[in-house]
Design a protein around this ligand. Sequence first.
Ligand code: ZN
Length: 533
Amino acid sequence: MYKNIFVSQCGYLPGMQKQVTFRTDKPVNFAVLKSNGACVYTGRADKKIKNAAAGETDFVGDFSALTKTGCYYITAEGLGESDTFTIGRNAFSDVFQKSMAFFYLQRCGHELPEASAGLYAHPACHTQTGYAYDKTESRDVTGGWHDAGDYGRYVGPGAMAVAQLLYALERNKALCNSYQSPEPQTSVLNDYLEELKYELDWMMKMQREDGALYHKATCAGFCSFIMPEDEKGKMILSPVSVTATADFAAVCAMAVRFYKKYDKAYAKKLEQVSKKAYTALKDMTLPGGFKNPKGITTGEYGDPCDTDERYWAAAELYRTFGNEEYRYDFEKLARKKIYHGYGWVEMGSYGNLAYLGTGRPVDETLKQAISDSMIATADKLLQTSEADGYGTALTKKQYDWGSNLTVANNGLQLYDAWKLTGEQKYLDAAAAQLHYLLGRNAMGLCYVTGCGTDAIKHPHHRPSGFKGKAMPGMLSGGPCDWLADETIRSLFTKETAPAPAKCLIDMTGSYSTNEVTIYWNSALIQLLASVTE
Ligand SMILES: [Zn+2]
């Protein structure tokens, strides 16, 4: 690793806390220079951190006092130079635009014309009729976004992605409304809501007559690295699941609040399908969670606990529709346990935000308990973040599959604490999670393709692999020390593997460290929109 100085490669807003990490054993004097070489700031990094996750010693410097717009880099004696970065109000415009356009480029069942999609243009894909696994019916399930590096479409992850993008919009209208789709849109909606509608429309097609949702629409197994229109296997609708049904009920209820001012008929439809799914949900049980049926080997997205999904659905339906039934259901669950999490497994935070965000009557004691619990969760993350050389709130043991999602979601929980307390330290730590994803990390990489100065180049993503060039705007899964794919195992054993925070290889084959997904991108966008509001 040739780099020793680490910053956010996309840069910083002028007023943001700005920290830099030096990989070194002793304190350093450093200088911030303009791209023409003029020195504009000098500082000293004397905060020493033994970084167990990265297996190194770090010193952290601060140059928050530098607020002038410009393009800069940092030097320190014996340590070389950092990547270049900008300070400015538009520092994150490029990464936002590209990471949002990713959803357009992941569209399934839509012709992506060359004028809009360039290298990744392709005819409409996966136009096959969908067949229920239990052979009870067949139906049209075209549309939606390809989930990840593969071409599967999964309701739970899709609902989570839309929910996160709606939160991004709620918090930062200026940023989200600035989004310009690669393909000019013509509806009454802006490009941002139009893109989200593409996924909502598909999820509606996954709802069975009785209100329950099929878990996923995929072929039987993963295809090779071909373009999507060439995956022509039978389209199978895996059996319905509690998590898919609850997530769908929740996200449609949430979407009503955003779409009603543009399109009343569509908002009405969202309301109907949401309530129908919720009614179905109440009679559903699936002990142990969804399991791939025999013969299906695509992503399982199993989750043994569906209580937090029911918790989110009840809170979200109460916030939007106000029925006492939904309030009763949420409060009953929340009095037993307060859930947290912005992932697809642990989803409690979505429920908490809905309950705290409703203007409707709530149990004030319970509301306070939820708020206190959210702050306590953030306090633990803050402590970890402050003790880490790169400001991440991950411990050494948390560099799991998709660690970058955990980083982003930790950032969101820190942001929640800032909203609840107004204490700057939480907002700074939340932004530090964003800076980590954009280059201030032990790999020295911007984990979003095509952004910053030195980004991931070989993600596990079929169109990128087929075309030989990474689609821009995709957040990589991030370091994972499980050695869970053949490519990384061909390079390392448990004994020779790098420290957890460096356990990523930028190679197409490494799906356990370098895949991409719609719901990692949505987490990135929610975090970005939140900390720059
Ligand atoms: Zn497709």
